[in-house]
Design a protein around this ligand. Structure first.
Ligand code: GDP
Ligand code: IMO
Ligand code: MG
Length: 420
């Protein structure tokens, strides 16, 4: 029996989907605990590419049970579209469960997400515009609609009426936009509710029963540590807790039952959307990483900003998540560079303790490492990597004081070096 967690140790897109696919091989359950369809997780199996947003990556295996926990926010339209797409590819949803306490992303959430970004102009966050922030805002403001509300027609009707009155007031008076039609949303969401109803259950209980039976449970993180609402580069963050504490809050699974918290980090660094990024590159090396790493967002298609690995921020992720090991992805992307730089400190304490202030690059200290030219994408043994690559990986391991147990050498399931 084992209970493992995969957590993004940077600004998202570290390769959590692929890491989950690989490391959850023996899992009985794969569980999402935070975020919504702002996430985009890529898994490539036998030349088949999957881009998952809400559905846990375990769906690609025939036999796993997949769970979306209460800490998520779910757009029912996007969920149904994703389920249909996967069904067409032969995947079944007989063992698929959604928490009755997960919150529903409503049409007004998506609209408000876009309107707020527009109103903010230059100071916008650069959100995915999927309604994630507004849905979590309503959850905390105690005017959210949960799946247990959605599937009870009487309750849903009453809640929607109350909430829509308020939303329409804001739309009309603040944004000078026409309000939503109650009847249209009601009709659309009652139909969606019927489709989703079979999946709704008490997932905290389900996971506890699985645990008691000795089954293997794997929690698949979304986003990343530096996008965490508490621990990230606020306000340029998402509106949930993708850090390891979020597992317990987002699933109702107790912390004492978790064995292993696996961080995932790229061998360099990327970020989509706005916000501080001290090691960001604006030169040829940045272009190299963007092109060679195919750094385009899975959810929005936006090019990702690229930069050098930032060790103080990675150490911070190790600390706030209590990571027990690290998966280092995309080391193959660095092949072909003459020189690889790494931020080793900020020259002052401020940013090495927490990135909660506005990070800047004024005092940044880089160390330079020699690159390697050899294509390493087919290598399966650590000691077959070029010496420069081994030195680079060993250096990271020493700095973060954690074992790097898996090294990604390409996008496909088999493109890994397992070091355990
Ligand atoms: P996630 O959101 O953390 O699941 O990551 P994304 O799927 O958004 O982005 C990671 C991208 O890198 C995807 O295109 C993956 O197919 C790809 N990828 C993952 N691991 C590796 C690796 O080790 N090498 C290379 N070249 N690509 C990788
Ligand atoms: P995965 O799970 C990368 C970023 C957005 C934006 C900020 C807030 O694929 O790693 P939101 O729509 O959440 O309110 O946007 O967070 N963001 C992500 N960046 N990967 C993700 O998910 C992200 N989910 C949100 O780009 O900067
Ligand atoms: Mg992603």
């Amino acid at each position: 029996m084992s209970t493992k967690v995969v957590i993004g140790a940077q600004w998202g897109d570290e390769g959590k989907g692929k890491a989950t696919d690989k490391l959850a091989e023996t899992a009985d359950y794969v569980v999402r605990f935070s975020g919504g369809n702002n996430a985009g997780h890529t898994v490539i199996v036998q030349n088949e590419k999957y881009e998952l947003h809400l559905i846990p990556s375990g769906i690609i295996y025939e036999d796993k049970k997949n769970v979306i926990g209460n800490g998520t926010v779910i757009d029912p339209t996007a969920l149904i579209a994703e389920i249909e797409g996967l069904k067409e590819r032969g995947h079944t949803f007989n063992n698929f469960y959604i928490s009755e306490q997960a919150h529903v992303v409503m049409p007004y959430h998506k609209l408000f997400d876009g309107l707020e970004e527009k109103r903010k102009g230059d100071s916008k966050i650069g959100t995915t515009k999927k309604g994630i922030g507004p849905a979590y805002t309503d959850k905390v403001a105690r005017r959210g609609i949960r799946f247990c509300d959605l599937i009870e027609e009487g309750i849903f009707k009453k809640k929607l009426k109350d909430i829509l009155e308020y939303k329409n007031l804001i739309l009309e008076k603040v944004y000078e936009q026409p309000g939503f039609s109650y009847q249209e949303i009601l009709d659309q969401y009652l139909e969606l509710a019927e489709e989703i109803k079979p999946y709704i259950t008490d997932t905290s209980l389900l996971l506890d029963q699985a645990y008691q039976k000795g089954e293997n449970i794997f929690f698949e993180g979304a986003q990343g540590t530096l996008l965490d609402i508490d621990y990230g580069t606020y306000p340029y963050v998402t509106s949930s807790n993708p850090t390891s504490g979020g597992v317990c809050i987002g699933t109702g699974f107790g912390p004492t039952k978790i064995d292993d918290i696996i961080g995932v980090a790229k061998a360099y660094l990327t970020r989509v959307g706005k916000g501080p990024f001290p090691t960001e590159l604006f030169d040829e090396a940045g272009q190299f990483l963007l092109k060679k790493g195919h750094e385009f967002g899975v959810t929005t298609g936006r090019p990702r900003r690229c930069g050098w690995l930032d060790l103080p921020l990675l150490k911070y992720a190790v600390r706030v998540n209590g990571l027990t090991e690290l998966v280092l992805t995309k080391i193959d992307v660095l092949s072909g560079l003459d020189e690889i730089k790494v931020c080793t400190s900020y020259g002052n304490d401020l940013h090495t303790t927490s990135p909660s202030g506005l990070l800047d690059n004024s005092t940044i200290v880089y160390e330079s490492f020699p690159g390697w030219q050899k294509n390493i994408s087919k290598i399966k043994q650590f000691n077959e990597l070029p010496k420069e690559a081994r030195d680079y990986i060993n250096m990271i391991e020493d700095e973060i004081n954690l074992p790097i147990t898996v090294i990604g050498t390409g996008p496909a399931r088999e493109d890994v070096i397992i070091r355990k």
